[in-house]
Design a protein around this ligand. Structure first.
Ligand code: NAD
Length: 338
């Protein structure tokens, strides 16, 4: 099938091209994001392949539909950038990759915990400048601490399992308990208890109306003094001003973020020659105990391989009318997603 692939970085092109050796789709790669101005590049294509920051709004979908679009394949799990109602009304199928790297994201969450605890990001720079002082690098032993895992689906459960290996006690919270996790010794608790007892709190929830700003002034006030907070899920889970206040008061002693509420204007691009206009993000960067990565938790060769494979299979399955139901984005899903 003839597919216009938008928002492609060199690594996307490499992995998609390799996976396509099996599928033989006719792919045209474009580096630009998809939006109303760039969508003319996809005129005449039956399918487009997009990523998290591409704008699949009503205007773009309507225009592309008039030019022959029948399929959107997303090379990600989230679909908040797609007007699903319009796609459905126009008869455009939207497919995604619902799961591709739970291990990679869990490993990244634990990497952030270890690096923040032992201040690796600071010692790395010090040593390069010939500063071998240990002042300010004091860490704590993970062994014997309590970690609160909020959301115990695929990634949260894996994070809990890795932490159990350090001898960390796991307190878990989810709307649905994961029996496999309980069998490894984790204990489910209410959020109040989890906040009060956890030395480390790691978020592994989807962003929904219920989970939006689950970390706010009140929840921060309930946490232990000196808590470590990690978010590798979605930026909107955290009210950023609440954690800035928590950092200033010392309530939060370590903050690790792979996601940020307004990341769409920043992440995935080289903005090193630009002035960052987001003052809240800039404030976060000033804290010595905050470590931010730019939505890279998923970014492993395994994940890129899985994403490419599933994306190309979604295209072939669309042609054969055999798309896996779990990969289809339907209006019912939108009610729960944000
Ligand atoms: P999952 O669906 O397997 O697990 C999510 C869990 O959250 C489920 O157990 C669900 O019951 C629970 N949950 C949902 N709403 C809840 C609520 N209101 N209160 C309590 N629990 C609730 O998802 P996953 O694969 O583990 O992914 C977790 C999140 O990680 C995703 O939603 C995504 O936002 C994020 N993610 C980030 C990256 C990255 O690169 N940073 C990559 C992949 C996924």
């Amino acid at each position: 099938m003839k597919i216009a692939v938008f928002n492609t970085k060199s690594y996307d092109k490499q992995f998609i091209t390799e996976a396509n050796e099996k599928y033989h789709h006719e792919l045209a790669f474009f580096e630009v994001h998809l939006n109303y101005e760039t969508c003319q590049l996809a005129f005449g294509f039956e399918g487009i392949c997009c990523f998290v920051n591409d704008e699949l709004n009503k205007e773009v979908l309507t225009l592309l539909s008039q030019k022959g679009l029948r399929l959107v394949v997303l090379r990600c799990a989230g679909f908040n950038n797609v007007d699903i109602q319009t796609a459905a009304a126009l008869g455009i199928t939207v497919a995604r990759v619902p799961a591709y790297s739970p291990h990679g994201v869990a490993e990244h969450a634990v990497t952030m915990m270890l690096a923040l605890n032992r201040k690796i990001y600071r010692s790395y720079n010090r040593i390069r400048e010939g500063n071998f002082s240990l002042d300010g690098l004091l860490g704590f032993e993970m062994y014997g601490k309590t970690a609160g895992i909020i959301g115990t689906g695929k990634i949260g459960a894996l994070t809990a399992k890795i932490l159990s290996g350090f001898g960390i006690k796991i307190l878990a919270y989810d709307v649905t308990a994961n029996p496999e996790l309980e069998s490894t010794g984790a204990t489910y608790a209410g959020l109040n208890e989890l906040y009060a007892q956890s030395d480390i709190i790691s978020l592994h929830l989807p962003l929904t109306h219920d989970t939006h700003h689950i970390i706010n002034d009140k929840s921060v006030s309930q946490m232990k003094n000196g808590v470590m907070l990690i978010n590798t899920s979605r930026g909107g889970l955290i009210n950023t001003q609440s954690v800035i206040d928590g950092l200033k008061s010392g309530k939060i002693a370590y903050l690790g973020l792979d996601v940020y509420e307004e990341e769409g204007d920043l992440f995935f691009e080289d903005l090193s020659g630009h002035v960052i206009q987001d003052d809240v993000f800039s404030r976060l960067l000033t804290f010595p105990n905050v470590m931010i990565t730019g939505h890279q938790a998923f970014f492993t060769n395994t994940a890129l391989k899985n994403i490419s494979e599933t994306t190309l299979k979604n295209i072939s399955d669309f042609e054969n009318n055999t798309i896996e139901p779990a990969n289809l984005v339907k209006i019912e899903l939108v009610k729960n997603d944000k």
